[in-house]
Design a protein. Sequence first.
Length: 170
Amino acid sequence: MRILKSKAAGIVGAVAVATIAGQAHAQASSTVTMGVTMTISQAASAAASPMAFGSVIPVPNGTITLSPAGAVTGTGMYGSASSRNAGTITVTRNASITVSVTPPSSVTMSCGTSAVTVNTFTTSAGAVSCATAATGNCTILVGASATFPSTTLVTGACTQATATLTLTYN
């Protein structure tokens, strides 16, 4: 009987070892959280320098045109080229973009008691491509025409008009 007890103990021990070695472990899971951030930047920003027709001697009902390159043509006499310049828009971009410029239909300058209409705005390109590099500056030159009234204008400086041009970035 003693042998039986010993064999029984051995069998129980073997079963116990087998059970421990084959124990199933419960699956565990955990969760983590992380922050997500983003900064929204403008594709571009713009600044402008004023347009100057310079010193002119207007002809009643005449028109002068200042091209985006700074050249003046039309009826009337014009002063020195150093006193005139096309307007300049400098676009600082953060991406490769195309800029479309939409000028106003016209603005009015007061010249003494008379008014001069500035219209027919033109740019150095209809839609200016700023796609040559991913970042940096892109320059757009702006010209326009000035139409004089039928009356004689008073000599002196005209009051600066403000033209609002809309830039669309694509």
